[in-house]
Design a protein around this ligand. Structure first.
Ligand SMILES: Nc1nc2c(ncn2[C@@H]2O[C@H](COP(=O)(O)OP(=O)(O)OP(=O)(O)O)[C@@H](O)[C@H]2O)c(=O)[nH]1
Ligand SMILES: [Mg+2]
Ligand SMILES: [Zn+2]
Length: 342
């Protein structure tokens, strides 16, 4: 069995917390980081620069970026280490059952990528920011294809309104605009997940950041500029100077899963106002001394932003209700679900 000298592999993103968990398992176990998933198989990097080993996922809930332990025969994933962060969305609406899909785990930065040729609607971006803050990583908005539009600056300005306290960058893997700035987010061996619809230029950015044609890219369709789903599996890619990228397949719609404090972070400006309302249980309708209503009246808060926040809160409550009901149904059958990691 291979003995791992972890001090040499701090570059994988190994941490003191992982070290402690690993020691509790017995340090002879093979541990590494999941770099790719393919139909029930994980590719696991044991050391930087080595080819990953392939192990089965049987029964293990694994995401790209996870640290895992393989069994003694290096056949299957035996243990998934506690995640320090994870980008999770609601996978599908099949039947009435909600299912979570973890797109990337143990990430430090979530880049929400949009092409300036079809910039995000404000409401969509707000939703993405809630999910990104929920992940435990820091969101950054990245706008690509600045070579194809006349006035990128005005788009950046309009997004600042819905993304207060979030960096908004213009970057292009084709012209090289902003690539150095993006590289800065990978400092200290950070892991960056790139998320966005097909065709926005995620893989093109990955290639520009690593400095060679690592990921396949393909032209968008002529008619509607949509991508062709060129990237079909998420992949963890190492940057030459340290740090990691997770390239992901394009996803158009993002649905909330649930929720730590994502909504509070994404709408920090509105929450600040709510704190200033005279009544703690202010509904922001027609109560006296409502700071939210006065901000709307004097034009500092867009009423659509308040509506949007309230819709997301309602959606989250409905989802929590649904999750509770599902858990109850499971309990009745005597099958307990493991507690959700926080
Ligand atoms: N003009 C221009 N084209 C770009 C830019 N970035 C990407 N492209 C082009 O857009 C097309 C799609 O880029 P990809 O990198 O494959 O997009 P993706 O986001 O990885 O798409 P999926 O893998 O399908 O999710 C390619 O033809 C790229 O050359 C840019 O900044 N400017
Ligand atoms: Mg791609
Ligand atoms: Zn109020």
């Amino acid at each position: 069995m291979k003995h791992i000298d972890w001090s040499a592999d701090a570059n994988l993103g190994w941490s003191d917390a992982l070290e402690t968990e690993w020691r509790a398992l017995g340090t002879s176990v093979l541990a590494g980081r999941v770099s790719r998933l393919d139909r029930g198989w994980s590719s696991v990097l044991l050391a930087v620069g080595e080819e990953p080993i392939r192990v089965r996922n049987i029964g293990a809930d694994v995401a790209v970026g996870d640290f895992v332990v393989a069994d003694a025969d290096a056949e299957r994933v035996q243990h998934v280490f506690a995640r320090r962060s994870a980008f999770v969305r609601r996978a599908s609406f099949e039947g009435s059952r909600a299912e979570a899909h973890t797109i990337a785990a143990n990430i430090d930065v979530v880049m929400l990528i949009h092409a300036l040729t079809s910039p995000p609607k404000q409401r969509r971006l707000e939703r993405e920011l809630v999910l990104a803050w929920d992940s435990g990583a820091v969101p950054v908005v990245v706008l690509t294809k600045d070579d194809l539009v006349d006035d990128p600056a005005s788009m950046v300005a309009s997004l600042h309104e819905v993304a207060p306290a979030v960096d908004v960058c213009v970057a292009s893997g084709i012209t090289g605009t902003g690539v150095e700035r993006l590289r800065g987010y990978a400092a200290d061996n950070a892991t960056i997940a790139l998320l966005g619809a097909s065709g926005v230029g995620k893989s093109t950015l990955v290639n520009a950041l690593v400095g060679h044609g690592r990921q396949a890219t393909a032209e968008v369709r002529d008619g509607d500029q949509r991508g062709r789903h060129t990237t079909t599996a998420s992949e963890l890619v190492r940057l030459p100077a340290g740090g990691w990228l997770v390239d992901t397949p394009g996803v158009r719609a993002v649905s909330l899963w649930s929720s730590g404090r994502g909504i509070e972070r994404a709408f920090a400006d509105v929450f600040d106002l709510m704190d200033q309302c005279r009544f703690r249980d202010c509904k922001h309708d027609d109560e006296p001394d409502c700071a939210v209503r006065s901000a709307i009246a004097d034009g500092t808060l867009d009423v659509r932003r308040l509506d949007s926040m309230q819709r997301l809160v309602a959606e989250e409550l409905a989802l929590e209700e649904e999750q509770r009901a599902a858990e109850k149904a499971l309990d009745k059958r005597g099958v307990r679900r493991p507690k959700k990691a926080t």
